[in-house]
Design a protein around this ligand. Structure first.
Ligand SMILES: Nc1nc2c(ncn2[C@@H]2O[C@H](COP(=O)(O)OP(=O)(O)OP(=O)(O)O)[C@@H](O)[C@H]2O)c(=O)[nH]1
Ligand SMILES: [Mg+2]
Length: 385
């Protein structure tokens, strides 16, 4: 099968997926779908005992250090007293809600859920640390009664590992024992999944598994928002993002192919470059190639940010930076608009299928180049195992 025929097949597949036979109507519908994808709101409630690490977990998900001026306050004495919303710095439609700690002697799970407006959230993450607490089970039961989903996260695993570092029991045995203890205590709420994590190091333990589970149980749109927002700290997470960003290329490619009459020409089309550029800028943030994420990566890995930036070489990545008016590391050879199409900005194509094929090829190529750059960045940061 030639490239051409497989591209055609993709085009008809795209029309089929949208349930449209008219290419132009399909392109309009694709634009609507893409807008929905960008604007969907994900509300994640983070709850659990006082001091379990709720605020630290939120900061880790937002890729912020506890010292960052926009981070949630954390510490042994800081107590979150009312539900506070934190938007994700690069994906503001992902909202993380830092709920007050549970654990007072007269704690009433039902009243607590009413007070924090449980209906606002897509799902709850119950964070616990150290020994298992009864309040966590009460809360899980009440969340279930309200027909909301919850995920149980056992945080501060790094502490547990340190405390048994004297060698009596090995790491795997310890992780198994903690998991078993959580399952035993959560039996009465229907054996929910348990994730062991350290908010201080998301690369380790079950964090990736947690993201995978959440993604698979959310709608396509909300799962996309979630995975886009998660910091890139390993090759495996980068691959996950790649798969998801590739998954929606067809939508952006089709949306950019809506028929536009070009003055003085008999029915002709121009590809809507703005749609392609917005998609690529979204990829740039999702992959962590933006300035702030690179700085955060530099802090986490103790590698100078200038060294990480040297790994960014692809003309597309540089052109995106230039386009975003962030001084690029080197002057891009071409503008992003030029790079997006070999035949230049206002490409006239015969039909929507051609426009789709062009955009699809360009987006795929551009995404692959950015992924290649981010692999190099992770290698320089020492996170490529
Ligand atoms: N070792 C370790 N310490 C953690 C971890 N997560 C949080 N901590 C520490 O635990 C303490 C409490 O963390 P917070 O994030 O403030 O806990 P919280 O649940 O928001 O507390 P309240 O708002 O008071 O309910 C802080 O000193 C954190 O640095 C972790 O994964 N590992
Ligand atoms: Mg807190």
């Amino acid at each position: 099968m030639t490239d051409d025929s497989s591209a055609d097949m993709n085009f008809s597949g795209a029309l089929q997926r949208l349930g449209e036979s008219d290419p132009n109507a399909a392109a309009v519908k694709a634009k609507e779908e893409l807008d929905r994808l960008d604007s969907v709101t994900l509300n994640i409630a983070v709850t659990g005992e006082a001091g379990a690490g709720k605020s630290s977990f939120i900061n880790a998900l937002r890729d912020l250090s506890d010292e960052d001026e926009n981070s949630a306050p954390t510490g042994l004495t800081e107590t979150t007293k009312k539900a506070t919303m934190y938007t994700h710095p690069t994906k503001p439609n992902v909202r993380l809600w830092d709920l007050p700690g549970i654990g007072t002697p007269n704690f009433k799970a039902n009243q607590y859920l009413k007070d924090v407006k449980f209906e606002t959230y897509d799902f709850f993450i119950i964070i616990s640390s150290e020994r298992f607490k009864e309040n966590d089970v009460y809360l899980a039961k009440e969340i279930q009664k309200k027909q909301k989903r919850f995920y149980f996260v056992r945080n501060k695993i790094d502490n547990d590992i340190c405390s048994v570092a004297n060698g009596k029991i090995n790491e795997q045995q310890l992780l198994c024992a903690i998991r078993e203890d959580c399952y035993r205590n959560l039996k009465e709420v229907g054996n929910p999944k348990v994730f062991l994590i350290s908010s201080f190091d998301l690369r380790k333990y079950d964090f990736e598994n947690l993201v995978g589970t959440l993604e698979s149980e959310l709608s396509d749109q909300k799962g996309f928002a979630l995975v886009q927002s998660v910091p890139v700290y390993s090759l495996a997470m980068l691959e996950k993002k790649k798969a998801l960003l590739e998954k929606f290329i067809w939508l952006a490619a089709l949306a950019s192919s809506a028929c536009t009459l070009v003055p003085n020409q008999f029915i002709s089309l121009i590809t809507d470059k703005a749609i392609l550029i917005v998609y690529l800028i979204g990829c740039h943030y999702a992959l962590g190639l933006n300035e702030k994420s690179l700085k955060q990566l530099s802090e986490r890995t103790n590698k100078p940010v200038s060294l990480l930036k040297l790994a960014i070489k692809s003309p597309v990545s540089l052109a995106v930076l230039d386009r975003m008016r962030i001084s690029p590391m080197a002057k891009p050879v071409k503008s992003l608009e030029d790079l997006l199409d070999s035949k230049n900005l206002a490409v006239n194509v015969q039909n929507t299928a051609d426009a789709f094929r062009n955009s699809h090829t360009n987006l795929t190529r551009a995404l692959n180049e950015m992924i290649k750059d981010m692999r190099q960045v992770l290698q320089v940061a020492g996170l490529d195992e």
